[in-house]
Design a protein around this ligand. Structure first.
Ligand SMILES: CC(C)(COP(=O)(O)OP(=O)(O)OC[C@H]1O[C@@H](n2cnc3c(N)ncnc32)[C@H](O)[C@@H]1OP(=O)(O)O)[C@@H](O)C(=O)NCCC(=O)NCCS
Length: 190
C-alpha cells in the first residue's frame, strides 16, 4: 500500500523570499490595506521599486501566494526598515522573522552598519519581534502617524557587521521551523 502523503505541519512551511516586482503589488496592496490604517499606494510602491540602488524589497511566498513583504532603504551606514507586513491569516508563523532576517543579511551585504525603524508605540507584537533582533528603543517621534495622532518609537540595532550580531541572526534563523528559500529572481520585467 502506498504511504499516505501527510500534509506538512502548519509551521513546517517552505517559504520563498523573492525580490518584489510589480506583479506582486496586487497581493501586497491587499495585505497593506488589512494591516495599516494608512496603506501605501500603488504608486508609492512603484516609485520605491524604481530606486534599485538604495532600496531592497522582498516578498514571502508560500505555494505561489504572497503572504508578506518587507523593505529596506539604504543610506550610508544606516539601513532603514521602511515596511514589514504579513497577511493577518498567516501571523505567528515566523514569516515576519524570515523577512526581517533577510533584510538584516541584505543590509550587511550592502555594507550597512546599523538597522533602524519606526514603530507605533502601541504595536507591541512588532516591537517584540524587533527586540529579538537586537533593536533597542532610541527615542519617540511625536505624532508621527498623523492619521491616528500616534507617536512612533524609533528603534536601532547597532553594529550589525559584527560576529556577535551574526551569531544572534544565526540563532534566530536556526529556531525557525520549516525551510526558507531565497530566490534570486533574475527576470527584470514586471
Ligand atoms: C509584525 C508582523 C510583521 C510580525 O509578523 P509574523 O509573521 O506574525 O511574526 P513572527 O511569527 O515571525 O513572530 C516573531 C515574534 O514577534 C512577536 N510577535 C508576533 N506577533 C505577536 C503577537 N500577536 N503578540 C505578541 N508577540 C508577537 C513574538 O515575539 C514572535 O515570536 P514567537 O512567535 O516565537 O513568540 C505582523 O504582526 C504584521 O504584519 N503586523 C501588521 C503590520 C505591522 O505592524 N508591521 C510593523 C510596522 S513597524
Amino acid at each position: 500500500m502506498a504511504a499516505r502523503v501527510e500534509e506538512p505541519p502548519e509551521d513546517d512551511l517552505e517559504v520563498h523570499l523573492v525580490p518584489m516586482r510589480r506583479r506582486h503589488l496586487r497581493s501586497v496592496l491587499r495585505i497593506e490595506a488589512q494591516v495599516y490604517p494608512r496603506p501605501w499606494s500603488l504608486s508609492l510602491f512603484v516609485s520605491e521599486l524604481a530606486l534599485r540602488s538604495s532600496r531592497s524589497y522582498v516578498v514571502a511566498r508560500v505555494g505561489g501566494s504572497v503572504l508578506g513583504y518587507a523593505g529596506l532603504m539604504l543610506a550610508g551606514d544606516d539601513a532603514h526598515v521602511t515596511t514589514i507586513a504579513v497577511d493577518p491569516a498567516w501571523h505567528r508563523h515566523k514569516i515576519g522573522t524570515r523577512l526581517l532576517a533577510h533584510l538584516a543579511h541584505e543590509a550587511m551585504a550592502r555594507n550597512a552598519k546599523h538597522l533602524t525603524l519606526e514603530v507605533r508605540v502601541s504595536n507591541e507584537p512588532a516591537q517584540a519581534m524587533y527586540r529579538r533582533f537586537g533593536f533597542k528603543p532610541a527615542g519617540i517621534r511625536k505624532n508621527y502617524y498623523v492619521e491616528t495622532n500616534e507617536d512612533a518609537l524609533v528603534m536601532w540595532a547597532e553594529d550589525i557587521n559584527t560576529p556577535e550580531y551574526r551569531d544572534r541572526l544565526a540563532r534566530i534563523e536556526h529556531d525557525i521551523p520549516g525551510t526558507t528559500v531565497v530566490v534570486d529572481d533574475i527576470r527584470p520585467t514586471s
